[in-house]
Design a protein around this ligand. Structure first.
Ligand code: HPA
Length: 269
């Protein structure tokens, strides 16, 4: 058992969250909807990463959304920081170790579709791993051959869709393509991504989906669109734009997730 599991178990005082949320850049406001908060800095959790990206706090926030206990990872490490695709392995193992079964991943992404402008929310229905890397490289057991046919859980997707409908929040659906970053894509890469069947591009999430499936967790994921892909508007892309725009769609995504988790989930009980 990792030491982090011990610290989490002590600090959560009997709270048994089955749902965890990983927050993307600029989506920190979702934490405000969590009541009875217990906050634990990553620094207190052995093996949790120190994230260097501005807009990422590095904190675990446990509490309740409605009556549902949740645990939120505010701050993730990206592949582009140190070249390690498995940077989030220990935190995800710790979540699984305390009983989390359902992982809800969020991110900021660039849109490849004119009908999905900045401020939109897109549920990720599938992904393309275009990074050339994989968080399970080096994993010695045969468990590394993880099936990805049903990587995105149909039941969680239906709950997200129902929550979007119930709150009257538009939610697109599409394929997310993982680029390593940290440089943004070129216009040619964006045209390629579209031709290959992607609807959005980003620099995160896919390694966590792979790790979560490896660990046997159910996964749902959603992107907040912060910009059109490179070359689609003529302007240059910037991290500042991502940070400025994320809260716009972030509010929509927070409404959906809050509604989804406030709803008692009979199917698991
Ligand atoms: N590309 C890659 N990652 C991103 C983008 C983008 O256009 N926007 C937000 N994250």
């Amino acid at each position: 058992m990792s030491a982090a599991i011990g610290v989490l178990t002590d600090r959560l005082r009997g709270m048994m969250p089955r749902h965890a949320i990983v927050l993307g850049s600029g989506l920190g406001s979702l934490v405000e909807t969590v009541t009875d908060q217990v906050r634990i800095a990553y620094g207190e959790l052995p093996g949790f990463p120190e994230s260097g990206v501005s807009g990422h706090a590095g904190e675990v926030v446990a509490g309740f959304i409605g009556k549902t206990p949740v645990i939120v990872l505010s701050g993730r490490v990206h592949y582009y920081e140190h070249g390690r695709a498995d940077a989030m392995r220990l935190p995800l193992e710790a979540l699984q170790g305390i009983g989390v079964t359902d992982l809800l991943l969020t991110n900021s992404a660039g849109s490849l579709r004119q009908d999905m402008p900045p401020g939109s929310v897109m549920r990720i229905s599938d992904h393309i791993n275009f990074s050339g890397s994989n968080p399970l490289i080096g994993e010695p057991s045969d468990r590394r051959f993880v099936g990805m046919t049903n990587a995105y859980d149909a039941h969680l997707a239906a709950r997200l869709e129902a929550a979007a409908a119930a709150t009257g929040t538009e939610m697109h659906e599409g394929v997310y393509m993982w680029f390593s970053g940290p440089s943004f894509e070129t216009p040619a890469e964006i045209r390629m991504a579209r031709a290959m069947g992607a609807d959005a591009v980003g620099m995160s999430t896919v390694p966590e989906v792979i790790l979560a499936r490896f660990l046997g967790m159910n996964v749902a994921a959603a992107s907040v669109i912060t910009n059109y892909g490179a070359g689609m508007t003529g302007g240059e892309l910037s991290h500042q734009e991502t940070k400025d725009m994320a809260p716009v769609g972030g509010k929509r995504l927070a409404a959906i997730l809050t509604a989804m988790l406030s709803e008692p989930d009979m199917s698991h009980d």
